[in-house]
Design a protein around this ligand. Structure first.
Ligand SMILES: [Zn+2]
Length: 163
């Protein structure tokens, strides 16, 4: 799937997320570093996140609102110095085009609170070929084998067709 396909028919949801808080509220809840990244689209310095070396199985959640974003089994060592994943929990992230720094990049954010997570690039490993390059401060890790809630999952086809 080409990156551009993700944008079709999906207007940017900037400022219009299910969970919205004022900057003052976010500042109270988040560390200065978390605020700079999640709410200010900042980027943490590479090789600074303890999550780079997090190899246990578990769930990576949004540090802003706790929504489940990435499963440990999709994490890989990209060597970039940022926690990297080849796939997100699709229903829980959003994407937007980012033209800052004279580059055309695809920004990824939490679908519930709009918190900035990082960017996605098309040079990742199989099976997706994608590399979600995520700021560790945007994530909180919860070790454990529990499977994800999937609030955005569409209802399956009904199998009890009457005959
Ligand atoms: Zn969030």
């Amino acid at each position: 799937m080409a990156l551009k396909d993700w944008f079709s028919g999906k207007p940017e949801a900037k400022g219009d997320f299910p969970l919205s808080r004022s900057d003052a509220e976010w500042r109270r809840q988040l560390s200065a570093e978390q605020f700079a990244v999640l709410r200010g689209h900042g980027t943490e310095r590479p090789f600074t996140s303890p999550l780079n070396k997090e190899h246990r199985s578990g769930m990576f959640r949004c540090a802003g609102c706790g929504l489940e974003l990435f499963r440990s089994e999709t994490k890989f060592d990209s060597g970039t110095g940022w926690p990297s994943f080849y796939a997100p929990i699709e229903a829980n992230i959003g994407r937007s085009e980012d033209h800052s720094f004279l580059m055309r990049r695809t920004e990824v954010h939490c679908a519930r609170c709009g918190g900035h997570l990082g960017h996605v690039f098309e040079d990742g490993p199989a099976p997706t070929g994608l590399r979600y390059c995520i700021n560790g401060v945007s994530l909180s890790f919860e070790p454990g084998e529990r499977t994800a809630e999937s609030p955005g999952k569409p209802a399956g086809m009904s199998s009890d067709a009457t005959r």
